[in-house]
Design a binder for this molecule. Structure first.
Ligand SMILES: [Fe+2]
Ligand SMILES: [Fe+2]
Length: 198
């Protein structure tokens, strides 16, 4: 009886907001799965660089230039890390890279042409998807990939920061925000799915 009561009390205390995160797995997924993770992360950062570069090219003479330049700087650092680790581990980038080269720039350019709020609506949608994607990888990677896991955690924190800046810049005031947001989220998820496979 005492034990039962203890368990109930325990359950009450362990609400989602206070529960400690589950311990990390001791080992990571198979090397093929980790290679797939690296390939898709590289593709995602490549796409992010192209999006921000296009937005900066179009909005570079506006008050948004410094913000966009700073975010682009982060994305270039993220991409450099994955460029390096792909080379070190002998992992080929996705064959779709030329597609992301064009599609990323086009997405950045079109949203920037539609105006500052739409440019930031794009940021929110893309960064939310990347946040979820990196969170999943952080959970999957084990102690044997501690360095990679640490980097992904750092990059994820910066992606969240980008999303928060975009929200402060009133991304949600973009015309047709829910439609644009859903479309970009769906496109980003499709890009992740494809890049992890080919
Ligand atoms: Fe990034
Ligand atoms: Fe980002």
């Amino acid at each position: 009886m005492r034990r039962y009561r203890y368990n109930l009390e325990h359950c009450e205390i362990m609400t989602p907001s206070t529960a400690p995160p589950p311990p990390p797995p001791s080992s990571s997924p198979s090397s093929a799965d980790v290679e797939s993770m690296l390939r898709v992360d590289h593709a995602g950062e490549y796409g992010a660089v192209r999006i921000y570069q296009a937005q900066l090219d179009i909005l570079g003479d506006t008050l948004q230039a410094d913000t966009l330049r700073e975010m682009l700087g982060h994305e270039k650092e993220h991409l450099a890390f994955f460029d390096d680790i792909l080379q070190k581990r002998g992992v080929q980038p996705t064959v779709l890279q030329p597609v992301w080269h064009v599609a990323g720039y086009a997405l950045g350019a079109i949203t920037a042409i539609l105006g500052v709020p739409t440019a930031y609506a794009c940021t929110v949608a893309v960064e939310e998807v990347i946040d979820e994607h990196y969170a999943e990888q952080e959970r999957a990677l084990g102690a044997d990939e501690a360095e990679l896991k640490k980097k992904i955690a750092q990059f994820r924190a910066e992606e969240i920061q980008h999303r928060d800046i975009a929200l402060q810049k009133e991304a949600e005031k973009a015309p047709f925000y829910p439609v644009i947001s859903q479309a970009i989220r769906a496109g980003s998820k499709l890009a992740i799915w494809l890049s992890s496979r080919i």
